[in-house]
Design a protein around this ligand. Structure first.
Ligand SMILES: Cc1cc2nc3c(=O)[nH]c(=O)nc-3n(C[C@H](O)[C@H](O)[C@H](O)COP(=O)(O)O)c2cc1C
Length: 173
């Protein structure tokens, strides 16, 4: 499949079956994470995997957007990492952008594996920090319920095909 076909086929899945994600699939998802580019290659990113019953129960209590997935993966940016790229001209810290690139690799690898996911930003950071103290101090950029789409309810929402015209935001200078 070409990249544009894969990117077009991806959609946000909001209902999952109980079928687990295999260890081989998780390994491949994390390999896509590993090869992602980051500014100055400093990789100021943290990834937390939730798949034990105990971890799932705790993370599900932090968001209503878990959609019953059998695996959730959370991405955090470490803006305080001593190596993180900070652009000298304006002080912009690259960590959040880096974490989003890494998370995007994960999201698209899921599609390539025939899995489904959704980038979820609607969670309670305070609850996550309390339930998982390891996450304190990170900018949490996205939580990814991951698995197999449930029949009927697991399809794309009407918003999936709604996009602005490129002419609204692409400008040739
Ligand atoms: C940064 C980010 C945060 C998002 N947060 C949520 C969320 O909390 N809950 C949700 O159901 N979808 C969330 N989405 C999914 C978007 O709503 C979705 O990508 C958009 O409506 C386009 O639909 P599509 O992904 O099916 O193409 C998020 C997407 C992004 C990129």
């Amino acid at each position: 499949m070409s990249f544009i076909d894969l990117a077009t086929a991806r959609y946000s899945c909001r209902a999952f079956t109980d079928e687990p994600v295999t260890q081989a699939e998780l390994d491949q998802l994390l390999e896509a994470v590993r090869v992602a580019p980051t500014a100055k290659n400093t990789q100021p990113v943290k990834v937390w995997v939730f798949r034990s019953e105990e971890a799932l129960e705790k993370i599900r209590a932090c968001t209503r957007c878990h959609f019953g997935a059998p695996l959730l993966v959370l991405f955090g940016a470490d803006s305080a990492d001593e190596g993180v790229f900070v652009r000298p001209s304006d002080g912009q810290n690259a960590a959040i952008g880096d974490a989003c690139i890494v998370a995007t690799h994960y999201m698209l690898e899921a599609e390539d594996l025939g899995l489904n996911t959704t980038w979820v930003g609607f969670f309670d950071t305070k609850l996550i920090n309390e339930a998982f103290p390891q996450t304190v101090g990170y900018d949490l950029v996205g939580l990814f319920p991951t698995g197999h789409a449930a029949p009927e309810k697991g399809g794309p929402s009407p918003r999936h095909t709604e996009r602005k015209a490129l002419s609204e935001y692409v400008e040739e200078l």
